[in-house]
Design a protein around this ligand. Structure first.
Ligand SMILES: [Zn+2]
Length: 236
């Protein structure tokens, strides 16, 4: 049975009373009918927190099922039990701010330079993204930092919607961010829209408005070969 991913519709949900759907007892792993825990993917690390009073040490998605690996030495819940699952909210919210900042960075770089992103990764309050530059333009870090902070100050709303695949494939912004690479089995595409700035097909967690991101800074730029430049960012 596929796990229902509650954060896809409400990234601000911190806890849930969830039913245990399956157990992998030798590995201390639990699957729930519905979860608030984000599993590692799309450059965003998994959530931490507690499940049935035990620490959640890893969260991994295998097919449609999210497995929570539990630490501690307390007994595992049983299939059918209703358990309390709660994420470490402070850490998750930092990841939501960081993830959203990386979208703002993508939007600004596309608008200013017409360059696409080729990859990225994040941790709470820090991350990196690679872009198709060769070389980086003069004054890049300062100009982009100012433009990103202006978008944060503009406090743009961030909207999440679900589009039929056919409609998503006809959307220029989504084509640019490679919506066509999503497996054909996925017929409903989740779209994260920083209104007026950046629109992407995306399964991660984001804040509701750009003003929630905080202060943005480019801390380093590096060359990762021809046509690939890495931008490291930090939030405060
Ligand atoms: Zn995202």
């Amino acid at each position: 049975m596929p796990t229902e991913l509650l954060f896809l519709r409400d990234a601000y949900l911190r806890e849930v009373a969830a039913t245990v759907a399956a157990l992998d007892a030798p590995n201390r792993r639990v699957a729930l009918v519905e979860t608030v825990f984000y599993a590692t993917g799309g450059g965003q690390p998994h959530d931490t927190g507690t499940l049935a009073g035990l620490p959640v040490e890893e969260v991994r998605k295998e097919g449609d099922v999210v497995w929570h690996t539990l630490g501690g030495d307390g007994p595992l819940p049983a299939v059918g039990d209703v358990v309390h699952a709660e994420i470490d909210w402070e850490r998750r919210h930092e990841l939501m701010r960081t993830h959203t900042a990386l979208h703002v960075l993508c939007g600004v770089i596309w608008n200013e330079y017409g360059r696409a992103v080729t990859g990225g990764n994040m941790e709470p309050l820090g991350g990196r993204m690679d872009f198709e530059f060769d070389p980086l333009p003069d004054g890049f870090a300062q100009h982009v930092s100012e433009a990103v902070n202006a978008e944060i100050a503009a406090n743009r709303p961030i909207e999440v919607s679900f589009l039929p695949r056919r409609q998503a494939l006809a959307d220029d912004a989504l084509i640019r961010t490679k919506v066509n690479l999503i497996p054909e089995s996925v017929q409903e595409i989740r779209v994260v829209d920083i209104v007026g700035l950046d629109r992407q097909a995306d399964g991660g967690t984001h804040v509701a408005r750009t003003g929630e991101i905080g202060r943005f800074e480019i801390v380093k730029t590096e060359s990762k070969g021809k046509g690939n430049k890495r931008v490291r960012i930090a939030l405060s």
